[in-house]
Design a protein around this ligand. Sequence first.
Ligand SMILES: [Zn+2]
Length: 391
Amino acid sequence: MNQHTQQSQPSVYFAPIFPWQQQAWARLLARYDRLPHGLLFSGMQGIGKRAFVWRFVAWLLCEYRDQNLTKPASEQGGCGHCQSCQWLTSGTHPDLQVLPVASLPTEIESQYAGMAGDNSKSKNKKTSASEKATKGTKSNKATTPALSTTIKIEDIRQLLPFISQGSSGRRVCVIDNADQMTVAAANALLKTLEEPRDGVHILLISDMPTRLLPTIKSRVQQVAVAPTAVQSVQAYLMQQVKTEALFEYTDESNLAQQINQALALANGAPLTALKMLTSAWYGFRQIWLNAWMALRSGRRSSIAASDYWQKTLEIDDFIKLSEFMLMDISRYNLGIASLQRDVQFEPQLLQLPLESICALLAEIDDIKLSCKQNVQDKIAYDHLMASLARL
Ligand SMILES: [Zn+2]
C-alpha cells in the first residue's frame, strides 16, 4: 500500500487510493448501480482530487468492473490489463473525453510524478544540464496538470455528440478546472446535465468550486475527497517523507513536528505538504534568511552569494524558496504570525514595508519569465542577488 512514488511510477489510473480517500471511495462505489450522472470533485489543490478521479474513471470503464465489486472497496479499481484499461494507459480511450485536453494524464507524466517532488535528484547536488532539461519539461507538465485555460462554448459543443450518441456501455467525460468554463459553456453543459443519458458520466473537477455557477452545482453531486481524519494524513506523510525526503530528520518527534508545520503551511492539503517536505529547497529556509541578512548588511557580496546558491540549488528551487519566505514575511506585515516555528526571522526583516516586498516579488516574477526564455541560470541568479541586496 501507499507506494505512490516508487521508482516505477504506477499509472495514475491504477495507483492505490490515498488513505484519507478510502471512505469516499467506498461510499461512491457502494452506489455503483445508481451513480449520479454528474459528479463534482472539488476542494483546494493538493488533496488528491485528480488522482481520485482518474482511478474512478479506470474503474468505471474497466471491462471487469462488476466482477471487481466482490473485492474490498480499497482494492477496487481498473484491472489494468483489459482492452479498456490498455486504452487508458495509451491515452486513446474512445469512451473518454477530457477537457481541456492538456489534463489527460499519460502513463509516464502522471500527476503522481509531480506530487512526488523532484526525488530523482540526490542530496543538494546539481543535476546535469541534459537531465535538467528532461526533468524540466516533465515536472512542468506533471505539477501543472491543468493550466488555467478557459473552457469555451465551442469546447462543450464538440463534446455534445459524444455525450448524446446512443450506444451501449459507459462513456465518461472529465471536465478539469470546471470553474474555468465561460457562462455560455456552462449553460451548454447544463442542458446535458438536465437530460441525462444512460451510461454517461460527467465528472467535474474544481479547485475553486465557489466560482462554479449555482445552476451547475445544483445539477451535480459533490464527492468529498478532502481529508477529514488528520491521523491518516500524518501517518501517510510520515511514511512518504522517510522514503522521499532529500534531507534527514533527526528523529521521529522532530519529523512529526515538521509534518504538522508543513500541513499548517499547506492549509491542510497533504500532497502540498508532501511536496514541500520532499523538495530540494525546504531545508534551506534558515540559510536563505541568514544569507539575505548577510547580503543586506554588505557582509557578503552579491557575486559571492550568487556563486554559493548556484552550487546549492537549482534556480527554480531558489525562486520557490524566495517566494515562500517573502510571502511569509508579507503575511507577518499584515499581522499574521508566521507558521514557521523552526526558523528565526530577524526583526528588521519583519519590518520591511509591504510595498517593497511586493515590488521584489514582482521582480522575481520577471526573472521567472526570463528563465523560461532560457536566460542562463547564472545571469538569473546574479540578478536575483542584486535585487535581494537592494531591499
Ligand atoms: Zn480493466
